[in-house]
Design a protein. Structure first.
Length: 85
């Protein structure tokens, strides 16, 4: 198993230095507070927005909301029956 036994005079190469980014500082040497990066401006794509809305899961059925919608449209809405708990 030659690949498992290095020669006796082998010296491992030095670990490369990790890249350290320069931190912007003021005149006194204090680092500036970290500011969030501006979001990338997105081009409005109507077809993509339409697809997102079409693929959105439907909201759960809310009988009270359906009743209010019927009343707003001027349709008959049955009165609410209180259910015993």
């Amino acid at each position: 198993y030659m690949q498992e036994s290095p020669p006796p005079d082998y010296v491992a190469p030095p670990v490369p230095q990790r890249y350290q980014r320069e931190v912007p500082t003021d005149e006194e040497g204090n680092p500036f507070p970290a500011m969030p990066r501006q979001p990338r401006p997105r081009v409005y794509d109507p077809e993509k927005e339409r697809l997102k809305r079409a693929l959105r899961p439907p909201l759960p059925y809310n009988p009270e909301k359906e009743r209010l919608k019927r009343l707003l449209r001027g349709q008959y809405a049955p009165p609410i029956e209180e259910q015993p708990r």
